[in-house]
Structure formats: structure tokens, C-alpha cells
Ligand binder design. Structure first.
Ligand code: SF4
Length: 324
């Protein structure tokens, strides 16, 4: 029987990741190395190593950035505390925060001003959640997207917020189904809980998860190409497994040797929103060498989203004659 590979579409880079990487590349071209970046610009080691080789310096502590240097904020966003520290050190910020993350920050600020208490569903130790929480910490309670008895225990232990008005917001890269389970449990405990005006889980996260859902019933193994630090990549593994399909997160072809594919006939492949296509192609190449001779594509939806660069940055590039 022919061994097949089914590639999920869309997979890989989203508009926010493309924009963030482009900002670092253009900053290096405009200002020269080194260019400092707060945190990994996106959660993919290959991308980080590539930009580091061109002169980007990734830091997790602004004390490591020389006074007055240029500093890029990663796609995940930062809290006001980080911005204040950057100002104190005289750093010139270039903001590569994904506009869809900024949207959640602005929602948090807006609803806090209106007197809401916000339940922010997300992973408390993820940089995106740390940034959103930091906008209005006195008005936010973080709710972890866990399931089963753990979820019930967590919801029961939540303190009753002062005032009547409550709303939930979410991290942009959650598992859509798990998030809905948390929302249902929250609404059971707080019947007046309001929903955000528009979903916070972003288009790229839900499209990649839906593409996996369409393919998983037809394959016996799923490879999700992505770094272990990538939240949306890990969620894709969960989605495939939740449909009964074996699935693994594999950063690149170099990490495939331990996988036993002898019993596998049909493989599905996808990639997180921060994974470059070159890594996906490397894995497909290796699968072909292992006898997976037929390659098919399964397109859930066509994506054509793009985000413009920050206005000030664009203007500065224009004065330097650098096309964007
Ligand atoms: S995954 Fe979504 S929120 Fe995150 S950078 Fe991409 S588009 Fe933006």
C-alpha cells in the first residue's frame, strides 16, 4: 500500500510572525548590528538562531541592553512595566507586538476602566499572558486552561470579584475547544460573565487547529513541526491527540531519528505559526526517503492576512531610503 503524507493548509507562519521577523530584519538593515530584542522574537529556535547570526541580540533582562540602544519588543507583547524600564534606560523601542495581541491588551484596559473584573484565560507563565495581565493587574484573575477535576477545583476557588460586571478575555493561542470548556465552567459559576466583543483566539490559531481536525481522522500519525516553547504548536499536538491520532511535536528533521514509522501508513503534517517552511520541507524530505511516496494537501481555508509595520518605524525606514 502507498504510504502517504497529507500536508495541512494553512500551516506555519502567520501574519504576526512574518511582521515581527521582518521588523528585526529591517532594523538590522537600517541601523546595523547589534539590534536588541526583548525575549525570543517568536517562539522558534531556528528563527532566533538565524536572526542572531545576522546580529540580533535576544535578552530577557533590559539591564543587558546598553543605555540608549534600540530595542524590539517580540510578537508576544510586553507589560507597561517593561516599557517603563525601557524608557528609564533611554532605549528606543520598536514594537513588533502582533496587532492581535495588542487588541487583547486594549480590551483589558478598556473593560477595566469600565469597572469590569476580567478573567484572563491563559497560561500564567506565558509571556503573552504576563504582558496582558501587566496592563491592569488589579482587575484581572488568570484562569488556567486545564480540564476535568482540576478545572472544577480552580473555578470553585476563584474569589468572588467586587461588583457585578465580569468578562473573560483569552490568550491568542489557546486550544479552542479547551477554552470553550473553561468559558462554560466560568459562566456556570458567574452567570453574568460577558464574552469579548470578538474572539481573542486569533485566526491563525483556529485555522491551524481546524485544518488538523479535518485531517486527523484520515491519518494514523501526526507530525507538528514546531519548538517546544511554541504555545500554538503544542496546542496542535493536543488537537490531533484529542481525535485519537498519535501525534508528536518535532522541531526539525534532525529530531526525527527516534521515531519509529514502520507501522505508519498515513502521516499528517502541520506546523505552528512560528515555524518556518524550510523546517517543514526538511521533514517531508526525510519522510520521502523513508518511503512516504505520495504527498497530498488538505486546505481548510486560504489565508491572506497581513499587518502593516509600526508607523514611526515605517517613516524612519522611508527617510533612510529602505523599501518595506
Ligand atoms: S499566532 Fe495569532 S496572535 Fe500570535 S503572532 Fe500569529 S497572528 Fe498574532
Amino acid at each position: 500500500m502507498t504510504k502517504t503524507i497529507t500536508i495541512c493548509r494553512p500551516n506555519g507562519f502567520c501574519a504576526g510572525v512574518e511582521r515581527a521577523i521582518k521588523i528585526v530584519d529591517l532594523a538590522l538593515e537600517a541601523y546595523g548590528a547589534p539590534i536588541y530584542v526583548n525575549h525570543e522574537i517568536v517562539h522558534n529556535q531556528h528563527v532566533v538562531d538565524d536572526l542572531a547570526s545576522k546580529g540580533a541580540v535576544f535578552v530577557d533582562d533590559l539591564n543587558d541592553v546598553p543605555m540608549g540602544a534600540k530595542l524590539i519588543y517580540s510578537a508576544h507583547g510586553v507589560s507597561p512595566e517593561v516599557r517603563e524600564k525601557a524608557t528609564t534606560r533611554g532605549l528606543e523601542e520598536i514594537d513588533a507586538t502582533c496587532p492581535l495581541v495588542t487588541k487583547v491588551h486594549l480590551e483589558a484596559i478598556r473593560f477595566a476602566k469600565k469597572g469590569y473584573h476580567i478573567f484572563l484565560i491563559g497560561h500564567a507563565n506565558h509571556v503573552e499572558v504576563i504582558g496582558t495581565y501587566g496592563e491592569v493587574p488589579d482587575h484581572i484573575t488568570i484562569v488556567e486552561p486545564v480540564d476535568g477535576p482540576q478545572l472544577q477545583a480552580q473555578i470553585q476557588a476563584l474569589p468572588q470579584p467586587e461588583g457585578e460586571k465580569t468578562i473573560y478575555l483569552t490568550q491568542t493561542t489557546l486550544n479552542v475547544d479547551d477554552c470553550m470548556t473553561v468559558v462554560k465552567a466560568l459562566k456556570h459559576r458567574f452567570p453574568n460573565l460577558e464574552s469579548p466583543p470578538k474572539d481573542d483566539i486569533c485566526y491563525a490559531t483556529s485555522n491551524r487547529q481546524n485544518a488538523v481536525k479535518a485531517v486527523a481522522p484520515h491519518v494514523d500519525y501526526f507530525i507538528v513541526v514546531g519548538s517546544p516553547t511554541s504555545s500554538n504548536s503544542r496546542r496542535l499536538v493536543e488537537v490531533a491527540r484529542s481525535l485519537g491520532c498519535n501525534a508528536d511535536l518535532i522541531p526539525s528533521a534532525a529530531e526525527m531519528d527516534s521515531i519509529d514509522l514502520k507501522q505508519v501508513q498515513h502521516i499528517g503534517i502541520t506546523a505552528g505559526a512560528s515555524t518556518p517552511d524550510i523546517l517543514v520541507q526538511g521533514i517531508i524530505h526525510k519522510l520521502k526517503q523513508a518511503g512516504f511516496s505520495e504527498v497530498k494537501e488538505s486546505e481548510f481555508v486560504e489565508e491572506n492576512m497581513s499587518f502593516s509595520l509600526p508607523k514611526d518605524f515605517r517613516s524612519d525606514l522611508a527617510t533612510r531610503g529602505i523599501p518595506v
